[in-house]
Write a protein that binds this ligand. Sequence first.
Ligand SMILES: *[C@@H]1O[C@H](CO)[C@@H](O)[C@H](O)[C@H]1NC(C)=O
Length: 118
Amino acid sequence: MSGPGLLWAAVLSISLGSSVAQTVTQPQPEASVKEAGTVTLDCAYSTSESDYYLFWYKQPPSGEMVFIIRQNAYERQNATNDRYSVNFQKEAKAFSLRISDSQLEDAAMYFCVYSGAQ
Ligand SMILES: *[C@@H]1O[C@H](CO)[C@@H](O)[C@H](O)[C@H]1NC(C)=O
């Protein structure tokens, strides 16, 4: 099959084990990509913590939340998982998701999630 797939970036902020309010912002509400292309979904967050986790989840039209990738803020390597990789910039507090070789099944809502360390 061919044609563009739609990718939506949306945001969700949660905070576990922390009293500090965290925010995640959404630079772009919608991204689109042609099949087999590469797309990057940006996520910016704010925190005063140094130990935390960042996640990307996707929610396909069928509704369930699907885990994609997790980054520990202390890790000195960008997390990767199959066709997914992240660009984690701790200083800049940016956490983008890169999807390569995009497929129709990638059309979904994408959620950038912040979780404080336990
Ligand atoms: C992730 O990759 C980018 C681009 O190569 C790099 O600038 C950044 O430092 C990397 N982040 C980590 C946590 O390794």
